[in-house]
Design a protein around this ligand. Structure first.
Ligand SMILES: [Zn+2]
Length: 675
């Protein structure tokens, strides 16, 4: 019956994510004036199919509501469902043969995914759909895109526009960090201009549900309260006076304030299953006199755990399962107090550096490095260990500390390297539910674009570790700023390569061997491109240093030329493609400004000896670069504001271009005083 190996058939259709089981059958279904019957239980699907069918294939489809309930659809002759398939809530089967197309699922979510797979198949050939048998469900239960709205705030239209695209890749949740981008009744002064109205959020949550995207709200409950504590009305609650990052856990008004936020946001998200209470990077906790008195002689961790448990219990009482950022807990693994942590919560821990199973740093254990790792590795300049907050060298740990780590680092390369899944292992050993957070818009602040490839490898590794240690949660972080007072990171519509990786790695088996194949799938499904060349260009983009030094290699002219060649072939998501072209031009200009600055620096001490003609050329470069930046900023601001708020679009383009331009002009003013 099979006329091709399943893997070959898979490659031919370039589905993303790759289905778990796909068999190619003989023949194809010829589609003419299609009539699609949808089971009555799938209430949201007819509207989605009608819209997407028209948009994708330009023709209409006749939709008929099925006489009986249930989650199914079919065109032509219906093939009966296979009774032996499992009960997974996202499972679906899709059968295409010469007589018709039939899909079955256990839930609306599964049936939506059957449609998404059919749509991707039809993009190969909408008139004659090859016969296949697909049975599919995900490896990881929750595949989450982090929607950070504290900067690069997406317009309401864009918030709606991302939903079908997330659904197409079978991403089933967003972690929504609203901060000051929602109008709260009890604290109205916090909202930024254009903040979302509650009614708009409610409509959006309902729209997300139709696309099987579960909104997980996030409210910071102690640290990262810059957006609140920077206001004079709230500054008295600062744990460290003058620093708006954290509130005091011992001040009675802090809980009253946090409870207000939790109450209002829980009401807004009523009926949803999860609530994230933040609690990362609480570096100052327990440092003010009030806290020190409250703590007596207990460690600061006791105060943190008490607060964490209070927040988790509070949301649990209202029917939400709590999520917490996992960094503080990870840093204190092995401490007996960890036993007191709330057991209902899922501790979601991040790591953006790991791109494979082994690492050269013990930072994950808050332990620094091994002296062995600081010896010059043989030809592995990129593999040098990160020398982070080195509390102790591995060699200086006590025997009992070493023996605790030893079983976790058991691999042939130890002590040169240790396993990157140690944080997950420790969570499991402590009996805590956990998830992993990778970097999609990796938090290298001020970057013009995400580090596409590092983020991809990092996400892949996170998914592998989640599967190995039976976690339900993989989250792709997409920080819009380091915190509410920091400069903005890259535009969020550049996240899709990372989102697609999260989707592919979280749904089914994907390893670093599959990257070339992934690029083909992504290029075709996301942009409608004939091949995976876009992946090469993203790779070269990353190989071009964002900060100039004398040995940096610049691939931007080549990338721009190739993007120009591909542009007429783009069929879908043209805005994301245009953004990619724009940020390449921006990076080119930023490099020019940096170069002009470098050149003036190079001759700085010998300025009087530089020939006048040479100086005139340098001055001309400065002027033309400044003019080019002024003109591109306008264009960039307009392009950015197609999907994010105009004031954020301006701020983002300023963030990306002003620094080097201003430094260049400052230096030029000093070196060319006659100007
Ligand atoms: Zn305090």
């Amino acid at each position: 019956m099979l006329n091709a190996e399943p893997t070959q058939a898979q490659e031919a259709f370039r589905l993303l994510p790759q289905p778990r089981y796909l068999s190619r059958l003989r023949g194809a279904y010829k589609l003419c004036s299609p009539r699609l019957e949808i089971g009555g239980a799938a209430v949201a699907l007819p509207k989605i199919v009608a819209e997407e069918w028209k948009k994708e294939f330009g023709s209409a489809v006749e939709l008929v509501s099925g006489a009986d309930g249930g989650f199914y659809f079919f065109i032509g002759r219906r093939t009966p469902p296979d009774p032996s398939v499992g009960a997974h809530p996202e499972l679906y089967t899709l059968t295409i043969n010469e007589q018709g197309i039939s899909a079955f699922a256990n839930t609306a979510a599964g049936l939506l995914y059957a449609w998404q797979t059919l749509k991707q198949l039809m993009r190969n050939n909408a008139a004659e759909i090859p016969s296949v048998q697909i049975t599919d469900w995900p490896d990881l239960r929750w595949r989450v895109y982090h929607l950070d709205l504290k900067g690069t705030r997406r317009t309401l239209a864009n918030l709606h526009a991302i939903l079908p695209r997330l659904a197409e890749f079978k991403v089933n949740a967003v972690l929504a960090e609203y901060e000051d981008y929602v109008q709260l009744d009890r604290h109205p002064l916090l909202a930024v201009p254009h903040a979302l109205k509650k009614s708009e959020v409610k409509e959006w949550i309902a729209a997300a549900k139709a696309y099987n995207v579960t909104v997980v709200p996030l409210v910071q409950t102690l640290g990262h309260l810059q957006y609140v504590l920077r206001h004079p009305e709230y500054s008295r609650l600062q744990e460290k006076p003058g620093d708006p990052a954290e509130a005091c856990a011992s001040h009675p008004d802090t809980w009253l304030l946090i409870r207000d936020f939790l109450d209002e946001m829980m009401e807004l998200h009523e009926g949803l299953p999860f609530f994230h209470v933040g609690l990362d990077e609480t570096f100052h906790i327990g440092s003010c006199p009030k806290c020190r008195t409250a703590l007596k002689n207990q460690p600061k961790l006791a105060l943190y755990i008490g607060w964490l448990n209070r927040c988790c219990d509070y949301v649990k009482q209202r029917g939400f399962a709590p999520l917490v950022w996992g960094d503080i807990v990870s840093n204190h693994q092995g401490d007996p107090l960890i036993d007191q942590l709330n057991r209902d919560a899922v501790y979601v821990d991040w790591g953006y550096v790991h791109t494979g199973p082994l690492s050269s740093s013990l930072i994950a254990l808050n332990r620094g490095v091994s002296r062995e790792w600081l010896k010059r590795p043989n030809g592995e300049i990129n593999q040098l260990p990160a020398v982070g907050p080195c509390k102790k060298y591995y060699e200086d740990l006590t025997t009992s500390e070493q023996s605790r780590i030893k079983p976790l680092v058991d691999n042939p390369e130890f002590p040169k390297k240790f396993k990157t899944d140690i944080p997950a292992v420790l969570m499991v050993q402590a009996g805590l539910k956990f998830g992993l957070v990778s970097g999609i818009r990796v938090s290298f602040h001020g970057a013009i674009a995400p580090r596409f490839i590092q983020g991809q490898l990092n996400t892949l590794q996170a998914a592998v570790v989640c599967k190995k240690h039976h976690s339900d949660w993989v989250i792709g972080s997409s920080w819009s700023r380091g915190h509410s007072l920091a400069g903005m990171n890259a535009h969020p519509e550049l996240d899709w390569y990372g989102i697609a990786t999260l989707a592919a790695a979280g749904w089914s088996n994907m390893t670093s061997e599959d990257l070339r194949d992934f690029d083909e799938r992504f290029g075709f499904q996301f942009f409608g491109l004939p091949d995976g060349h876009i992946g090469d260009l993203l790779f070269l983009f990353e190989r071009t240093s964002p900060r100039l030094d004398h040995s940096s290699v610049n691939y931007l002219p080549h990338i721009l030329e190739e993007l120009e060649r591909l542009a007429p072939l783009v069929k879908r998501n043209a805005l994301a493609f245009k953004l990619l072209q724009a940020v390449c031009r921006v990076m080119n200009l930023r490099n020019k400004a940096q170069f002009a600055l470098l050149e003036m620096e190079y001759f700085y001490a010998m300025w009087a000896r530089v020939p006048p003609d040479f100086k005139a050329r340098m001055k001309m470069d400065v002027e033309s670069t400044a003019a080019a930046i002024a003109s591109v900023k306008k264009e960039l601001g307009a392009l950015y504001s197609e999907s994010i708020q105009p004031e954020d679009a301006d701020e983002l383009s300023n963030t990306q271009l002003d620094f080097f331009r201003d430094q260049m002009l400052l230096m030029a003013k000093q070196q060319f005083p006659e100007a």
